[in-house]
Write a protein that binds this ligand. Structure first.
Ligand code: ATP
Ligand code: MG
Length: 553
């Protein structure tokens, strides 16, 4: 893992609070945490929260912990724990403490007993439905449970029996005793503990009662000495209860909760529940499908940690919800790869070209720059001979006006090579053009300084004899614009064209390409070597993002 670097991040309201708290001495060291529930893989929204928490701690020489909020045994799994650790590390962050909320179950239980002894919690026998009905609404107060006034002794005894496994799921709950008519519904005797007879990924069968998130989370923060507990806006109404738990449970450390707007991206599903549905229903190729907005999907697609971190910085941290255009993420990966990626040639839909005046059996090596914007990347040699492949749509038998690529009688420049002129073409029995016959002009060699005449089109190509076959996976958004059919579920709104697979060729020097290597294919875009399907026999490239400039030249 990389060592911590102190970088300066843009200003935001949470950072300003931290600066103020350090200045006034309210805190001596900032401590943050990223608290995922291990019930799915992380997505780009989580990346925003990870960057915020870790960069704040790094910038102010504080601590940032990774804490698994694993208080719900039914949905959690060690597969998710491992994937989350891998994703946070890959993003470039090193956690100070690695914690599990489940390690605090005993302390949470003891803190619940503190509440019971203070007359601030009671065991309720009502069913979940009864409790829900008695809760009231925003305009109507709730009604007290018939079990609300049990004695402390009876509550302690019942709570102990809950822990001992004497009750079935749903038979008893422990509730806070606050105010059933509070205007804040979170104060209407919220549930603190429920009975769940389920195996837990970390504590096994030790427990059959589990704390609710709203009770557990503040205690977790306090135990770890978190100073700034950062969460998303939907928890704003929970903040008074968060403070109540800290106070009434008599936690020695007093963390404070701050809320920021969650990240939403156009045409992007950003809920673990829905992403899990896509995986479970096999609508995608697992959590790391390159179309998924998961960190692992973005990695397999070809996004880099730098691009994601820069994106997170740029979108900023605000207190009002908004939706970010998906093209913004594309912008940051283009920026990151622009000067890093080798610019090479790949033909996605090959059409054979025979250069009829080029000597048979001759092969010459041509010099090609590896990145026209970054000379430090040097040059490479690419073979050129009598037969090459170009893109099918770089030829038209009957071109419209302003089509500057190949058509009968027209001349174009082959990138890094010569001008060629189309003289003839061959069709198959279905009328499809399958071969072009061209001639080249030896005077026009790239780099020779030829100024005799100009051509308007430059196209890419690969040498037919030495080219390496490759599969290209081209992506569109997984989800169609959801405004199309308001009543459709998101699974019915899947884009049928989100994955298109084509087979073509790349330059022979690509034989050495390794999984996760990234390239720019001239005129197409940025591609990543797919780590799942690439084998020693078969190169598979994922389209990361197309080039911003149009395909036309
Ligand atoms: P989801 O809504 O996708 O199921 P979650 O909030 O249930 O996510 P958690 O594992 O509880 O998932 O999230 C861990 C942390 O990530 C929380 O602090 C949460 O606020 C934050 N987080 C989750 N989604 C986003 C998002 N879209 N933008 C910013 N932060 C997010
Ligand atoms: Mg959550």
């Amino acid at each position: 893992m990389e060592t911590k670097s102190v970088t300066s991040t843009p200003s935001n309201f949470i950072k300003n609070i931290v600066i103020e708290d350090l200045k006034t001495g309210k805190v001596s060291q900032v401590v943050t945490r990223f608290p995922p529930e291990p019930n799915g893989y992380l997505h780009i929204g989580h990346a925003k929260s990870i960057c915020l928490n870790f960069e704040l701690a790094n910038e102010f020489k504080g601590l940032a912990n990774l804490r698994f909020d694993d208080t719900n045994p039914v949905k959690e799994d060690t597969e998710y724990v491992e994937s989350i650790k891998a994703d946070v590390a890959w993003l470039g962050f090193q956690w100070d403490g690695l914690f599990f909320a489940s390690d605090y179950f005993e302390e949470m239980y003891q803190r619940a007993l503190v509440l019971i002894r203070k007359g601030l919690a009671y065991v309720d026998d009502q069913t979940a439905d009864q409790i829900r009905e008695a809760r009231g609404t925003l305009t109507q107060p709730g009604t007290n449970s018939p079990h609300r006034d049990r004695s402390v002794e009876e509550n302690v005894s019942l709570f102990e029996r809950m822990r001992a496994g004497e009750f079935k799921d749903g038979e008893r709950v422990l509730r806070a005793k606050i105010d059933m008519s509070s205007p804040n519904i979170n104060f209407r005797d919220p549930i603190l503990y429920r009975v769940v007879h389920a195996h837990h990924h970390n504590t096994g069968d030790t427990w059959c009662i589990y704390p609710m998130y709203a009770f557990a989370h503040p205690i977790e923060d306090a135990i770890e000495g978190v100073t700034h507990s950062i969460c998303t806006l939907e928890f704003e109404d929970q903040r008074p209860f968060y403070d109540w738990v800290i106070r009434e449970c008599e936690m020695p450390n007093v963390p404070k909760q701050y809320e920021f707007a969650r990240l939403n991206i156009t045409n992007t599903v950003m809920s673990k529940r829905k992403l899990k549905q896509l995986v479970d229903e096999k609508a995608v190729d697992g959590w790391d499908d390159p179309r998924m907005p998961t960190i692992s999907g973005l990695r397999r697609r070809g996004f880099t940690p730098e691009a994601i971190r820069n994106f997170a910085r740029e979108i900023g941290v605000a207190r009002s919800n908004s939706t970010v255009d998906a093209r913004m993420l594309d912008h940051f990966i283009r920026e990151d790869l622009k000067l890093k990626a080798l610019r090479t040639m790949g033909v996605l839909n090959p059409l054979k070209v025979v250069i009829t005046n080029y000597p048979e059996d001759q092969v010459e090596m041509l010099e090609a720059e590896n990145n026209s914007e970054n000379p430090e990347m040097g040059n490479r040699q690419i073979p050129f001979s009598r037969e090459i492949y170009i893109e099918q749509d770089d030829f038209m038998e009957n071109p419209p006006n302003k089509y500057f690529r190949l058509f009968p009688g027209n001349e174009v420049r082959l990138k890094h090579a010569y001008f060629i002129k189309c003289n003839d073409f061959v069709k198959d029995e279905n009328g499809k053009v399958v071969e072009l016959h061209c001639t080249y002009d030896v005077e026009t060699k790239s780099g020779s300084g030829f100024t005799g005449r100009k051509v308007k089109g430059t196209i890419h190509w690969v040498d037919a004899k030495s080219a390496v076959p490759a599969e290209f996976r081209l992506y569109e958004p997984l989800i169609l614009d959801d405004s199309e059919d308001e009543n459709a579920t998101f699974l019915e709104n899947l884009n049928p064209n989100s994955l298109q697979i084509v087979k073509g060729f790349v330059e022979d020097n690509m034989k050495q390409a390794k999984p996760l290597d990234k390239f720019q294919f001239f005129r197409h875009g940025y591609f990543n070597v797919d780590p799942k399907y690439t084998t020693s026999e078969q190169l598979v490239f994922n389209l990361i993002v197309s080039l911003k400039s149009s395909f036309e030249v």
